[in-house]
Design a protein around this ligand. Structure first.
Ligand code: CUA
Length: 368
């Protein structure tokens, strides 16, 4: 069929624009993923490396299949254009049996290659799945329970190798939205992360360290993580869990053995008593407000368990699971009107005078 030139041009133009836009988006996506620290293609531990290798195997196999299929298709189109394929082989237009046999061989050959390729992908997927469980049973294990809430992470340190500090039921502690792990090349420590949820389905995903794992209420599961480079690895909830799903970030902080030991000791201690009058007033404000209904601060009467434990709140990176950085200005806004920063979250508005607010901020900054 012939096309009218005037009608085809806009279609070509649309196609060209779509191609440019698509390529730009693709390149922008690649640039972000390859250069930002949060990327599954920049693995920082053995499990993430297995997953990254599997990704590359699938990618290159799919690229090869695509290229081969396109070459065969183009070859067939050119062949037909030159009129060879449709030529009758005899007066009755019966197919040439030799040629017919050759075509059947090609079809069966292609089928066999497809089946073998799918089995190779299946086998590499299976091998990766097994490799991800190989870290279980390491004697150097750090046991952390991670509980998903709408919309924050409750982090419970239950046990760790004795070289990092005092163990036992009275030495466990809680934090929120960040997990610390030691990096020890001589005796690698495995983080055994037990995952559970108390409301809806969430999904833990720190791309540099591991694949996604769902947190399903009533169905605890576990994953094993090792990190070989110190640094902060960002992650997020990867399962849509409601209004503030996008503000459910988590940080995994990999640090040296000494830093980790200090961190454990700090988390086990009660925060220092306020020293200045303003800080003391801030503590009074905190203990006589509705804050204590939901939050815990070790060493005080505040024993609420609805929201994050605030015992060492000032030592943390994130406020409201990543809705804002943990800095005084943002914290003031968060205390007064959290619904403006994270609409739908569990924290209510607080009508508090400027002097009390300043004192409360100073007190919260002492919770190191
Ligand atoms: Cu939790 Cu999405």
């Amino acid at each position: 069929m012939k096309c009218v030139a005037g009608k085809t041009r806009p279609i070509h133009r649309h196609f060209r624009h779509a191609l440019i836009a698509g390529t730009t988006i693709l390149l922008a996506g690649c640039a972000k993923d390859l250069h930002s620290s949060e990327s599954a293609l920049n693995p920082a531990g053995p499990e993430a490396r297995h997953i990254a290798s599997l990704t590359w195997v699938f990618l290159w196999v799919c690229v090869a299949v695509y290229v081969i299929v396109m070459l065969v298709l183009i070859g067939a189109i050119l062949h037909r254009r030159h009129g060879k394929a449709m030529e009758p082989t005899n007066d009755h237009f019966e197919p040439d049996p030799v040629r017919e046999g050759r075509l059947w061989n090609v079809v069966f050959g292609a089928l066999a290659v497809t089946v073998v390729t799918l089995f190779v992908l299946l086998a590499s997927d299976f091998a990766t799945g097994r490799a991800l469980h190989r870290l279980a049973g390491n004697p150097e294990e750090l046991h952390v329970r991670l509980i998903g809430h709408q919309w924050w992470w409750d982090v419970n340190y239950d046990d760790w190798p004795s070289r990092f500090g005092e163990r036992g039921p009275s030495n466990t502690f809680k934090t929120a939205n960040e997990i610390h792990i030691p990096v020890d090349p001589q005796h690698p420590v495995t983080l055994e992360l037990k995952l559970d949820s108390h409301d809806v389905i969430h999904s833990f995903w720190v791309p540099n360290l591991h694949g996604k794992r769902d947190l399903i209420p009533g169905h605890p599961t576990e994953i094993f993580i090792q990190v070989d480079k110190p640094g902060i690895y960002w992650g997020e909830c990867a399962e849509y869990c409601g209004y503030q799903h996008a503000n459910m970030r988590i940080a995994v902080i990999a640090q040296s053995v000494d830093e980790f030991r200090q961190w454990i000791a700090q988390q086990q201690s009660t925060p220092p008593e306020p020293t200045t009058d303003v800080q003391k007033r801030g503590k009074e404000v905190f203990l006589h407000s509705s804050c204590v209904m939901c939050h815990t601060v070790g060493g005080t009467m505040a024993r609420g368990a609805v929201g994050p434990d605030l015992t060492h709140f000032a030592s943390r990176q994130l406020l409201a699971a990543g809705a804002a950085p943990n800095r005084p200005g943002f914290l003031a806004g968060w205390i007064v009107d959290p619904q403006k920063i994270k609409p739908g979250c569990g924290m209510p508005q607080n009508s508090i005078g400027a002097t009390d607010l300043r004192a409360l901020l100073e007190y919260l900054e002492t919770l190191q």
